[in-house]
Ligand binder design. Structure first.
Ligand code: UDP
Ligand code: MG
Length: 315
């Protein structure tokens, strides 16, 4: 009978989450037990934690056969950890991606599963509310607003990595070769029939956010540059505008000279301003090119996105 139950693997990246582990494991187990219509598995990806998260998880494996653990050789980042989890989800019928810090409540899992059973192949968990405050909140809101306007594959407002992917969607994900990964954008890119489930996003249950602001900015830039050529177009437009103004001014001064009207002596200030302005515009242009070039370089190197140190539990 257990053969016929749909198998769902929950992929959970872990980076220094020792403080939330007890609650996370307890709530996960409770949900797994309650929603017994599915064969649940939890696949933890330890992303080079410096605390005892990995040891704690390994201890659990001996008495919880539904848990598995992949340990990466160092800290590769949230996206890489997700990628590793998806690649090792095996023959699950569906995979849920969820944060460890209980901002994504495990109690939503049955709802995600139900939406999938109702026919969706990609189920997005949409935040009805967000408890984060301060600059993090402002940053998230700004990003979602700007990003939606700029890219070719806009992500659904108020969605993050939390959600469910059916087996075909997971297979599509695992085929993507790129190393700069922006999960929500790629999820839009792969397509498939989608549906949404709403939830309230809590503050993290314990500890500090493990993603630094620098990481988040880089993540946002990855999202922008890997899903949009707009920055390049903006530079082109800027170039055209400046060139146009230059041309018009040139024409203006030449005409005046030809008609013998005395040309005003443009002074030092004007020249310095123009030189600096043009220099600045050019440097910005080179910078934008560089963003793409650096990414091309990374892709061409074809380094694997993560390295697995050890696998335990499951199979
Ligand atoms: N995480 C990870 N590697 C990292 C940073 C974070 O695997 O380098 C995990 C972390 O343990 C958590 C999830 O990614 O499960 C989201 O991290 P966090 O809550 O710090 O980020 P935020 O909520 O700000 O997106
Ligand atoms: Mg979090």
């Amino acid at each position: 009978m257990s053969q016929s139950r749909p198998a769902i693997t929950v992929v959970i990246p872990i980076f220094n989450e020792e403080a939330v582990l007890p609650e996370l494991l307890a709530r996960l187990t409770a949900v797994f037990d309650a929603a017994s219509g599915y064969a649940w598995r939890a696949l933890f990806v330890d992303d080079g934690s410096a605390d005892r998260s990995a040891e704690r998880l390994r201890e659990q494996l001996s008495h919880e056969p539904r848990f598995g653990l992949i340990e990466l050789s160092r800290n590769f980042g949230h996206q890489a950890a997700l990628r590793a989890g998806l690649a090792h989800a095996g023959d699950a019928d569906a995979v849920v991606t969820m944060d460890a810090d209980l901002q994504d409540p495990p109690e939503c899992l049955p709802e995600l599963a139900a939406a999938w059973q109702a026919g969706a192949e990609v189920v997005l968990a949409v935040r009805r509310s967000r408890e984060e405050r301060g600059w993090r909140r402002i940053g998230f809101d700004l990003f979602h607003r700007v990003f939606g306007q700029l890219v070719d594959f806009p992500i659904e407002r108020n969605t993050g990595t939390f959600g469910l992917l059916s087996r075909p969607a997971v297979a599509a994900f695992n085929q993507l070769p790129e190393s700069h990964r922006f999960f929500p954008g790629l999820r839009t890119w792969v397509g498939f029939k989608r549906s949404e489930v709403f939830y309230d996003r809590k503050e993290r249950a314990a500890g500090q956010p493990t993603q630094t602001m620098r990481r988040l900015v880089r993540y946002a830039l990855d999202g922008l540059f890997s899903f949009s050529h707009l920055p390049l177009r903006v530079v082109t437009m800027m170039g055209l505008c400046v060139a146009g103004i230059g041309f018009a001014l040139g024409l203006f001064f030449i005409t005046r000279r030809l008609f013998g009207i005395e040309v005003a002596q443009t002074g030092f200030t004007t020249l310095v301003t123009l030189v600096l302005f043009l220099g600045g515009v050019q440097l910005i242009g080179i910078g934008v090119l560089g963003e793409y070039l650096g990414r091309i370089y990374d892709e061409v190197k074809r380094r694997p996105g993560y390295i697995v140190k050890r696998k335990s539990g499951l199979e």
